[in-house]
Design a binder for this molecule. Structure first.
Ligand SMILES: [Zn+2]
Ligand SMILES: [Zn+2]
Length: 375
């Protein structure tokens, strides 16, 4: 089994004694005064969940943690006259599909994207054949306006606001899947221009596609292969091993675990797994969604504090509500701080070079490396 193949007495030097009992929640603490965890030679690691081989090469590190000058991100006043997402400009957005009211007006709105990647109307029609397969580009694409506050930086928002946001994601996911044209839904946020955003006002996006994307199919194939080879869920097995090793754990709360994968695809690329085995974010309980909102709130604060407030993306990877009970997959959230860029090597091979060791990155996020810039 590749994931565990570096274990044992001859394992690399970054392995360290485990705490006897893991704390039920909170920031995963340092277990002891740590020896330097640097890898001195590159190492290739297999990520069994994505099927990727990642080159872990810390000595190639370019200095991370500096977001691009002029990055587009929530800033300045709480209201801008010419912003389509600000209060008073509701007529400038696409049709409203969700509104969550709070004291003094709406707190969250989800609206159809005026620049939708897919046509919102029309049936799914297949045309062409063989090497020229074509289908109509229809589906759903909404912008979820996270707050009426134009400058409402996510990491400075309260826990309650992040819980309401998670609740809104859930409601739109369920609604999207009621559209029979929709086969897959992705929920994501681009924070800052190096993460791909083009508008300052804090917002997320939800896209429902009429096909299951190749990346999702590949994840399912890997999960099914593991299940048939080992008779257990790859995600449950991964969680067990991360608990056992401890070195890459970041945060643990009632229902979720945040950790850097053993073969993290990029520096600080972290995953939030539900402790409970289930395949769809649609299948979460209200209590679990509250727990995810708290976790997200804490993680964004860590990114702001420990990673020089860098840009980031996060994505909820989930199956449809009908697939909640599958025995081989967990929905999860991936958070990707934008501290490095991918370039020609990644484009040409589909393989990633991670210029930091996940164990060092995890220690930094946990606050064990001082208050300086990220290693
Ligand atoms: Zn605005
Ligand atoms: Zn599982």
């Amino acid at each position: 089994m590749i994931l565990g193949s570096t274990g044992g007495a001859a394992g690399p030097a970054y392995r360290r004694p485990l705490p006897p009992v893991l704390p039920p929640r909170g920031l995963h603490p340092a277990t002891q005064a740590l020896p330097p965890l640097e890898l001195t030679v590159p190492e290739m690691r297999y990520n069994p969940i994505t099927g990727d081989w990642v080159i872990i090469a810390p000595e190639r590190a370019r200095r991370p943690g500096v977001h691009l000058a002029g990055s587009i991100r929530p800033t300045g006043p709480s209201h801008k006259e010419d912003c389509p997402f600000c209060v008073g400009n509701e007529h400038l957005t696409g049709a409203e599909r969700l509104r969550i009211e709070g004291p003094g007006g709406w707190q969250i709105r989800s609206v159809e994207n005026r620049y939708s990647a897919l046509a919102l109307e029309g049936p799914v029609e297949h045309r062409g054949q063989g090497l020229r397969a074509t289908m109509s580009g229809v589906g759903r694409h909404e912008v979820l306006i996270e707050t009426p506050d134009h400058g409402g930086f996510p990491s400075r928002r309260g826990e309650g606001a992040m819980q309401a946001l998670v609740e809104a994601y859930h409601r739109r996911l369920v609604a999207f899947h009621e559209d029979p044209r929709v086969r897959h839904v992705v929920i994501f946020k681009n924070h800052g221009s190096s993460a791909g955003t083009s508008l300052e006002h804090p917002h997320s996006q939800i896209v429902g596609t009429p096909v299951v994307p190749a990346q999702v199919r590949e994840r399912l194939v890997e999960a099914l292969r593991y299940r048939s080879d080992h008779g257990q869920c790859l995600y449950c097995a991964t969680l067990r091993l991360e608990f056992e090793e401890g070195a890459r754990l970041i945060l643990i709360n009632e229902h979720f675990v945040a950790f850097l994968p053993y073969a993290a695809l990029s520096p600080y690329h972290l995953w939030v797994f539900p402790k409970r085995h289930h395949g769809s974010f649609a299948g979460t309980t209200a209590e679990e969604r509250g727990s995810l909102g708290s976790m997200l709130s804490e993680l964004l604060k860590l990114v702001a504090r420990r990673l020089a407030d860098c840009d980031y993306n996060y994505v909820i990877q989930t199956l449809s509500p009908a697939e909640n009970e599958v025995g081989y997959f967990h929905w999860y959230l991936a958070l990707v701080p934008r501290v490095t860029r991918t370039a020609g090597f990644e484009l040409g091979t589909g393989m990633y070079i991670n210029t930091s060791s996940p164990e060092v990155s995890a220690a930094h996020l946990r606050g064990e490396t001082g208050e300086g810039p990220p290693p």
